[in-house]
Design a protein around this ligand. Structure first.
Ligand code: S6P
Ligand code: ZN
Length: 195
């Protein structure tokens, strides 16, 4: 691709970009081992491979200096009492940050460092979230009907490291309790010195 400036539109209050070169879809089957309620996960999967989230990206060269950006859409739903969410990752180049801007919906970003320091921040339309270098991040849709739509931008050489999150998940889970989202401990999570 050439390196001329380019523009694109995203219909507000949160839609699909008018142009994009990459569309990533993630279904229930790609989240094996990620939801705490494994029985409900297996039962849901037996009934069909639901589409959990989608990413629309405009591709740029994946090298330092470039910025990758696009739209992430997490659909509403739950596995047991745990809300639909992204897999979550560290950046492979761990010292790279990311900015999210929430365009529509309700949710949270679950984050943690390799040392196990954690944070959960609310996402709602209009909210900007800065994910600092070294913080793994996962978007969770806590809405009952609407998509959670965010615009993201991060260094194009950052890459994705899914490994440690796939093994044991994040330290905190986001579950529905009494009709509201709650932050609870992940029983599978171990501190770094016990892994
Ligand atoms: C990339 C950025 C987002 C996520 C997307 C899907 O650094 O954080 O584009 O890739 O939200 O999440 P995941 O964890 O499946 O890549
Ligand atoms: Zn990221």
């Amino acid at each position: 691709m050439d390196n001329r400036p380019f523009t694109f539109d995203i219909a507000l209050p949160g839609g699909i970009p008018s142009t994009y070169s990459n569309h990533i879809t993630r279904r229930l089957s790609s989240m094996r081992g990620q939801y705490a309620d494994e029985e409900t996960y297996a039962a849901l999967l037996a009934g069909g491979d639901a589409l959990l989230y989608e990413v629309y990206e405009e591709q740029v060269p994946e090298k330092a200096g470039e910025l990758l950006h696009g739209i992430s859409i997490v659909h509403p739903g739950k596995v047991g009492d745990e809300y639909f969410m992204t897999k979550g990752h560290f950046h492979a180049e761990i010292a790279t940050a990311e900015v999210y801007y929430c365009l529509a919906g309700q949710g949270v970003m679950v984050m943690e460092t390799p040392e196990g320091v954690w944070a959960v921040e609310e996402l709602r339309a209009g909210k900007v979230l800065y994910v600092p270098p070294r913080w793994a991040h996962r978007s969770v849709n806590t809405g009952s009907e609407a998509d959670l739509v965010t615009f993201f931008v991060y260094p194009a050489h950052a890459g994705h490291d899914y490994g440690s999150i796939e093994k044991q998940g994040f330290r905190k889970l986001i579950v529905e309790q009494g009709g509201r989202p709650a932050i609870v401990d992940n029983p599978r999570w171990l501190p770094p010195e016990q892994r």
